[in-house]
Design a protein around this ligand. Sequence first.
Ligand SMILES: *Cc1c(COP(=O)(O)O)cnc(C)c1O
Length: 481
Amino acid sequence: MAAEPYSTESIAFRSALDVIRGVEPRVADAISAELADQREMLKLIASENYASPAVLLAMGNWFSDKYAEGTIGRRFYAGCRNVDTVEALAAEHARNVFGAAHAYAQPHSGIDANLVAFWAVLSQRVETPGLARAGVRQVNDLSEQDWAQLRAEFGNQRMLGMSLDAGGHLTHGFRPNISGKMFDQRSYGTDPETGLLDYEALRATAREFRPLIIVAGYSAYPRLVNFRIMREIADEVGATLMVDMAHFAGLVAGKVLTGDFDPVPHANIVTTTTHKSLRGPRGGMVLCDDSLAEHVDRGCPMVLGGPLPHVMAAKAVALAEASRPEFGAYAHRIVDNARALADGLLSRGAKLVTGGTDNHLVLIDVSGYGLTGRQAEAALLDAGIVTNRNSVPQDPNGAWYTSGIRIGTPALTTRGLGVQEMDEIGGLIHAVLSGTTAAAAPKGGLSKAHHVLDPAVADQVAKRASDLLAGFPLYPGIDLS
Ligand SMILES: *Cc1c(COP(=O)(O)O)cnc(C)c1O
């Protein structure tokens, strides 16, 4: 690997590790070992990426020590002027990159961003006609009785979200998640024949169910979503359209998703993570129109405590990167690579949910190989390929064993791999899955959890994967030795 021991980046990270080593060497070692693992493994996890050294370094500093509850310029603590600067920069870059009227950079994660959004929508609905009637000005002034009365009056705290097995996220109303408890939830899914979103079925459900919020967005749907149609349906039934673009924010920032497929002009409120295809620090964000801005800004104290100023600094850096033309080229390559990976799998006989992809991810139905998702995931890991198992629509194996493997290209694209490599990786995945069988279960029959991978295949694929990666060094500017 073309290591550069005296580059600024090498010196920065090596020095940081030396400082940490002076206090708890095992932590420094684990950090170095993590870099080594990330370099060695073929990472196809669709929700992961590799943030730039600038993003990583923006997180390791004194901002971590600062309390800054409140909003920019209106804090509950003194001495927040530098936090104001970075939060304002993160919000400004976010507004520019996504063309949003308002951006709230405080959520600590995607889940937090969704909670902020749910409460913003509820408080807007409650305050607009309801509060005037109740004679109160702010949602915070409502008594328990007021709440009970309002809930009864509205008779509607309903959410319509994409079902988990069609590719939705657990925060979109899944029972064991708080969203499934806060809301009376109904889900929409995909057409059993084509695997594609069925907008007319969704429209029919919305008309009948009359939700307060329609949530669009996904974690495992390999196709485009038409947000113009989603908004039309939401307007027709008086619902607020919320789009959770956690997975595909990078494709929005990079202008791969435009027109009907860009959520920002169509949704009332948009939530996202910043660490997936957007390639920033681990965190969340909310974008919205002016009517919701003041409600979103009450994320603290409604759902959040003190923001993470060091992470907001890194969000500002990542969004500055995302506003450059190179990021647009990167985002387009993510999708070209996903198509090439899908084609590489299809040409070798793999079965893909919806038969392909239009975005950054591919969902392989591994039942054709006689495997569960859990076995496939473990077999691929044996050969150095990191993926995660995922349900497929109407999955007979449930959410634990599953019948699918979800793979995505944001990380390997950051590393520089291109369409030729993706085709070859499709071949490697197919070789592993073809070389794997379900192990016998202790009580007879076949296990859903255990597998046997032909060791010759494992060795061959691991060697080839490692050679492939050697041609695309991760963080070539960083040498920790
Ligand atoms: C990843 C994801 C989230 C959650 O993000 P965290 O930062 O892990 O909380 C929320 N929604 C969707 C659609 C996601 O894919």
